[in-house]
Design a binder for this molecule. Structure first.
Ligand SMILES: Cc1cc2nc3c(=O)[nH]c(=O)nc-3n(C[C@H](O)[C@H](O)[C@H](O)COP(=O)(O)OP(=O)(O)OC[C@H]3O[C@@H](n4cnc5c(N)ncnc54)[C@H](O)[C@@H]3O)c2cc1C
Length: 284
């Protein structure tokens, strides 16, 4: 097999632990040599994988695939496939929409939520939507403990711990929207955006904005969120200009820096205005 840099490697051992603790212990013991395998759609893809493991630790018998709700919000097992999420009526529409942004049903049938987060790609379809829902990740720590961290914290520190579940905190009235720009429906994204806020009469409260495709990883637009907080929703043009001032994409085969800058602005503006027009209480 080859990794994304063209280097050849061979997987020599395939481990099938039956418990979370056994999986974590194996990963600790095989540090630097092994990685977790969930749906395998990234790890099995020459185009996308960045790891070259000598051993893999299957999560097939370890991860929950359940989706449940309680007073605190929604809990999605990290083993849920993106296809399951895309059709689950218990999941807020915007998270279903985000899952549907992923390539095609064949990929969605295998790709897991945990894998989409952990791979932390700049085109990962679920990440902006999870960020604007303030997703919390339940992790299995190397020492055998469990912890919960915000998704941006996990991604910011390189995200190596085993993700067990994703919690979407309850936020009555939150409105949200997500969108992807790609050259074809099957292509990975040039840009993915998501926006959410809680309407308070005609004011914007607790805005959350996230964009992919303008940096190596998903970016949360904190300064734009601060600008929006407590204001009436600005015009599309005003939002576009503000966002264009703060994103710094690079020119790539997918488009020039100017093209991505402008589109990041218009897509965030559209996402916010689409969210405003959607009167459903998506996360009540
Ligand atoms: C043709 C094709 C098209 C694609 N299109 C898209 C697209 O449109 N949008 C998109 O977002 N992605 C796309 N992908 C990439 C991929 O399908 C997704 O990122 C997918 O969600 C990865 O999940 P997985 O379960 O297959 O991960 P795997 O390939 O099993 O693992 C990916 C990485 O995550 C780690 N990992 C997996 N699960 C966990 C966990 N629970 N805790 C910690 N680490 C974990 C693994 O060690 C590995 O490093 C595409 C892939 C292919 C092959």
């Amino acid at each position: 097999m080859k990794n994304a840099n063209g280097e050849t490697f061979m997987i020599r051992e395939f481990h099938t632990p039956r418990t979370v603790d056994a999986a974590v212990a194996l990963r600790t013991e095989l540090a630097g040599k092994a990685c977790y395998l969930a749906g395998g759609t990234e790890l099995g893809s020459t185009a996308f994988r960045t790891e070259s493991p000598q051993e893999v630790i299957s999560l097939a018998q370890v991860l929950s695939t359940a989706i449940s709700a309680d007073d605190g919000g929604l809990l999605l097992g990290a083993g849920c496939t993106l296809q399951t999420i895309s059709v689950s009526e218990n999941v807020p529409k915007v998270l279903r929409d985000a899952a549907k942004l992923v390539a095609n049903r064949n990929i969605r049938n295998m790709a897991t939520l945990g894998g989409n987060i952990a791979s932390n790609k700049t085109f990962a379809s679920m990440l902006p939507a999870l960020v604007v829902f303030d997703a919390q990740l339940e992790l299995a720590d190397a020492g055998g403990g469990r912890s919960t961290v915000g998704i941006m914290t996990y991604l910011g520190r390189g995200g190596r711990e085993l993700i067990l579940a994703v919690r979407i905190p309850k936020k009555p009235g939150r409105r949200a929207s997500t969108a992807k720009l790609s050259k074809s429906a099957n292509d990975i994204a040039t840009l993915v955006v998501a926006a959410s806020y809680v309407p308070d009469n005609d004011r914007v409260r607790e805005p959350r904005l996230a964009v992919e495709g303008v940096a190596d990883h998903v970016v949360q637009l904190d300064s734009i969120e601060a600008w929006l907080e407590g204001s009436p929703l600005p015009s599309r043009d005003a939002i576009t200009d503000r966002v264009s001032d703060v994103v710094t994409p690079k020119t790539s085969i997918k488009g020039s820096a100017e093209f991505k800058t402008y589109l990041a602005g218009t897509m965030i503006a559209d996402a916010l205005h689409r969210a405003a027009a959607d009167t459903r209480k998506v996360n009540a």
